[in-house]
Design a protein around this ligand. Structure first.
Ligand SMILES: C[S@@+](CC[C@H](N)C(=O)[O-])C[C@H]1O[C@@H](n2cnc3c(N)ncnc32)[C@H](O)[C@@H]1O
Length: 207
């Protein structure tokens, strides 16, 4: 699949939705990163910027990436409105093809899922490679299907352990801060609520 196809899919998705930021970070992102000392952070799949803006407000220097130029434009607008533009840099990448340069104190990827075929495990390995010594990697994935999800009803979600194994990390160089499922209440597009499971991989890079 070509970058243009991926970009069109996500651009169409963001053109249909509301342009504003919810102003709320992901539950797991807030829970796991709040105790960290702010430094540099790379966010993969930043969408309209909710997590990136929250991190910037807390003093992180954020590099936020998405394949969708529509999402990135909305995120940049939302960041300006939030008054945190100077702490944020947005980069357009199809992560299947290119990856941001540099290393970071925190690399985060929340719900970096796509209905298209793409080399997700390779991208998550690159994410781990981009974490500085002493820094953290946070991957938050769907662990169950919300009733309104576009995923097929019989979708089998990998466990956190399965996803961690796919990263092929040298175990001795990472501290497992949390590799587990967590449950949360969430709200769907029409205001409906459901309890869903997220899988968390939160690691500290030792050396
Ligand atoms: C399901 S959304 C999750 C958005 C956000 N991180 C969140 O927690 O709600 C997945 C995001 O990843 C982006 N994405 C999907 N495939 C990508 C790719 N190949 N390269 C870069 N971004 C991609 C999409 O544009 C979308 O913003």
């Amino acid at each position: 699949m070509q970058t243009a196809t991926r970009k069109k899919f996500w651009n169409d998705h963001y053109r249909k939705g509301s342009s504003t930021s919810s102003g709320r970070p992901g539950t797991a992102l807030a829970q796991f990163t709040a105790p960290l000392t702010p430094g540099t952070v790379l966010e993969l799949g930043c969408a309209k910027g909710d997590d990136a803006i929250w991190l910037a407000r807390r003093g992180w220097q954020v590099t936020a990436v998405d394949v969708s130029s529509v999402a990135l434009d909305l995120a940049a607008k939302n960041a300006r409105q939030a008054g945190v533009s100077e702490n944020l840099r947005f980069e357009e990448h199809d992560l299947a093809v290119s990856f941001p340069q540099g290393s970071f104190d925190l690399v985060t990827a929340s719900f970096l899922h796509a209905p298209q075929d793409w080399p997700r495990a390779k991208v998550l390995r690159q994410a781990a490679d981009a974490v500085d010594t002493g820094g953290h990697l946070l991957i938050v994935d769907h662990g169950s299907r919300a009733p309104w999800s576009w995923a097929p009803e019989d979708t089998v979600y990998p466990t956190a352990e399965d996803t961690l194994a796919s990263l092929e990390l040298v175990e001795s160089t990472w501290q497992r801060c949390c590799v587990c499922p967590i449950s949360r209440m969430t709200t769907g597009p029409e205001g409906q609520s459901a309890i869903v499971t997220d899988t968390i991989i939160f690691l500290r890079h030792l050396n």
